[in-house]
Ligand binder design. Structure first.
Ligand SMILES: Cc1cc2nc3c(=O)[nH]c(=O)nc-3n(C[C@H](O)[C@H](O)[C@H](O)COP(=O)(O)OP(=O)(O)OC[C@H]3O[C@@H](n4cnc5c(N)ncnc54)[C@H](O)[C@@H]3O)c2cc1C
Length: 457
């Protein structure tokens, strides 16, 4: 990037909000995935006008811009594949409005998920998606990836809560989409088009989110299964039983081993554990639901069914689940976190396929997942410096995704396409769909300056 462009950027955002230092460029060359590529400079815009002016400059001078939240993407979404500028939204981090009467909040994109949660808690409200990275990831990142989490089965994902957006476009104009209403049938849904768009259509500068009342009471149960398919069948049966747990998570044997090696939780190393949580406003309500779930665990041959006796014990179970990536990362040098989803009835088939593929290619593929919405995270543990092992990883990944498409699932339930899935998007989307997506990109970003190389576009 030429010095005169860097000077222009400093004029727009100020000296303190610009960097091209080597240490910053190295930090911005990565997110939480395995991908890496260095940008040439970075800015921290502090308002919509600065964001729009930077984009206009980039569009006029034709350099790439990658918006960045906390950089926790697991699929290379925030890596500047073609260099250029990182636009770190972290300094636009104000909660602008909490409006309980209208059941909404208005936030800047750099607000951290957990900070909003903390502010909503005293009102008895929440923004439900609850990604496991919630203590650090930003709401702008959540919207741009359509983030989900352990509450997905009952409460949906980010897209179900985005009411309106303010978006800076590449030509420097500012677009306002949506409304403050709980419903609308007015025109094409431009708001939803930006949800999950991975920073390829515009940079989100303000978000209006619907919020939910948070049921105060929870009951938790854990079922231990000696057979993976029994666990899968239990998931499927629960989800059409009429009971909707607010969380239903699966942890497989290899993950349990990793948890036991790194914590003092001492969990039984069975083929799979299911952890379920039900919520409500009376103890009777949550207990009634969780007993139904426990019955289904038993009917599907759970060797043990345990109820968390108090909140502390339940929290310990969730800590184990949420620490899964951390402990898995200790198994070997590299961890490729996959993110497939299949229709609910296919969960047992997919779980067995993952286990068979791991055996076939002699790989460790510990798997956790939001079983309640069919979203599984097989995590391929490997050593990326071992060429022979990497050849096996490649074959195993290919087979995994062939199985997903055969079961009419999706390549990514919540992490996005990014760099990881761009080369295989065709497996899920036919040529006409890809052509329409390319045309949409052309309308919003005709010079392809926004996060180029992502989404298979
Ligand atoms: C330990 C761990 C656990 C995780 N668990 C979950 C989980 O449970 N559920 C889940 O969904 N994900 C999970 N993730 C993935 C990740 O946290 C989410 O994708 C999250 O939404 C990314 O937010 P971020 O602020 O880090 O965004 P980044 O990683 O910085 O960016 C992600 C994408 O959003 C775009 N973007 C960011 N801000 C803007 C903006 N203002 N305007 C336009 N585009 C923007 C970027 O360009 C990029 O394409 C996990 C990651 C880790 C490391």
């Amino acid at each position: 990037m030429e010095q005169r462009i860097k000077d222009n950027l400093k004029d727009i955002v100020g000296e303190d909000n610009f960097t091209d230092s080597l240490i910053d460029m190295i930090a911005y060359s990565k997110d939480a995935s395995e991908f890496t590529h260095r940008p040439e400079a970075a800015v921290w815009p502090t308002c919509t006008e600065e964001t729009a002016s930077v984009l206009k400059l980039a569009n006029d001078e034709r350099f790439p811009v990658v918006a960045r939240g906390a950089g926790t993407s697991l699929a290379g979404l925030a890596v500047p594949e073609q260099g250029g500028l990182i636009m770190d939204m972290g300094r636009m981090d104000k909660i602008l409005e909490i409006n309980i009467e209208d059941r909404l909040v208005v936030v800047q994109p750099g607000v951290v998920y957990a900070d909003l949660d903390k502010q909503l808690a005293p009102h008895g409200f929440c923004f439900p998606p609850d990604p496991a990275s919630g203590s650090v990831c930003t709401l702008g990142g959540n919207v741009a990836t359509n983030a989900g989490g352990i509450k997905g089965a009952k409460y949906g994902t980010t897209k179900d809560y985005v009411l309106a957006l303010e978006v800076a476009m590449p030509d420097g104009r500012v677009l306002r989409t949506g409304s403050r209403c709980m419903k609308t049938s007015s025109g094409y849904d431009l708001t939803k088009l930006f949800v999950g768009s991975e920073g390829t259509l515009g940079v989100i500068t303000e978000i209006t989110l619907k919020i939910n009342p948070k049921p105060p009471l929870l009951s938790t149960a854990m079922g231990m299964f000696d057979d993976l398919e029994d666990a899968g069948r239990a998931v499927s049966e629960i989800m059409h039983s009429g009971i909707l747990p607010c969380a239903l998570e699966i942890v497989d044997q290899q993950t349990l081993r990793a948890i036991n090696q790194n914590t003092d939780l001492n969990l039984p190393e069975v083929e799979a554990i299911l952890v379920a949580e039900t919520d409500g406003y009376t103890q009777e309500e949550t207990e009634y639901q969780i007993e139904k779930v426990a019955d289904i665990f038993r009917r599907n041959n759970a060797s043990t069914v345990r109820r968390a006796d108090d909140r502390q014990e339940a929290e310990a179970l969730w800590t184990a689940r949420k620490s899964a990536y951390g402990v898995m990362a200790r198994i070997n040098n590299n961890l490729f976190v996959e993110d497939l989803a299949v229709p609910m009835s296919k969960v047992p088939t997919m779980l067995r396929a993952i286990s068979d593929i791991a055996k076939k290619y002699d790989l460790k593929i510990p798997t956790v997942g939001h079983a309640g919405d069919g979203n599984l995270h097989p995590c391929i543990s490997c050593d990326a410096t071992d060429a022979e092992e990497m050849a096996r990883v490649e074959k195993a990944s290919k087979e995994l995704f062939e199985k997903v498409t055969e079961l009419r699932g999706t390549l990514t339930g919540e992490h996005g396409i990014g760099m990881a899935k761009a080369p295989i998007m065709w497996m899920e989307h036919d040529e006409l769909s890809m052509e329409i997506m390319r045309n949409i990109k052309q309308v919003f970003d005709p010079n392809n300056i926004l996060n180029p190389g992502k989404m298979g576009l």
